[in-house]
Design a protein around this ligand. Structure first.
Ligand SMILES: CC(C)(COP(=O)(O)OP(=O)(O)OC[C@H]1O[C@@H](n2cnc3c(N)ncnc32)[C@H](O)[C@@H]1OP(=O)(O)O)[C@@H](O)C(=O)NCCC(=O)NCCS
Length: 82
């Protein structure tokens, strides 16, 4: 995920995009049990964002990035702003 221009970062767009992505996956793929993503270990902003929505580190590394996962059954839709 990327909010491309620096001038648009830190304005809530990343948070909104993450929420919409999770809602879309839950809606379109009800059988989906978990979502995974990768993040560089030194990307503190992104790590904090993902963790705040329930993503946890799996301990795995993919392409030099840490793998995080979100277990969808553990987050009721109201918890992601629905
Ligand atoms: C990481 C990224 C997607 C976050 O999106 P964003 O729109 O900038 O972030 P938001 O405005 O939604 O803020 C999300 C949280 O991060 C915090 N945050 C945002 N920018 C920050 C900064 N520069 N320093 C510290 N905290 C920051 C916000 O305060 C917010 O936390 P809160 O909910 O506790 O208030 C965006 O910064 C980005 O695209 N960065 C470059 C590419 C990248 O690193 N992508 C992630 C790859 S895994």
């Amino acid at each position: 995920m990327k909010v491309d221009l620096k001038k648009y970062q830190g304005k809530g767009y990343g948070k909104l995009a993450l929420i919409e992505m999770i809602k879309w996956i839950k809606d379109k793929f009800p059988q989906c049990e978990e979502v995974r993503l990768t993040v560089f270990p030194d990307n503190y902003v992104a790590r904090k964002l993902y963790k705040s929505y329930g993503f946890v580190a799996t301990g795995q590394i993919f392409g030099g990035e840490e793998v995080f996962k979100l277990v969808l059954s553990k987050i009721p839709l109201q918890d992601i702003g629905d």
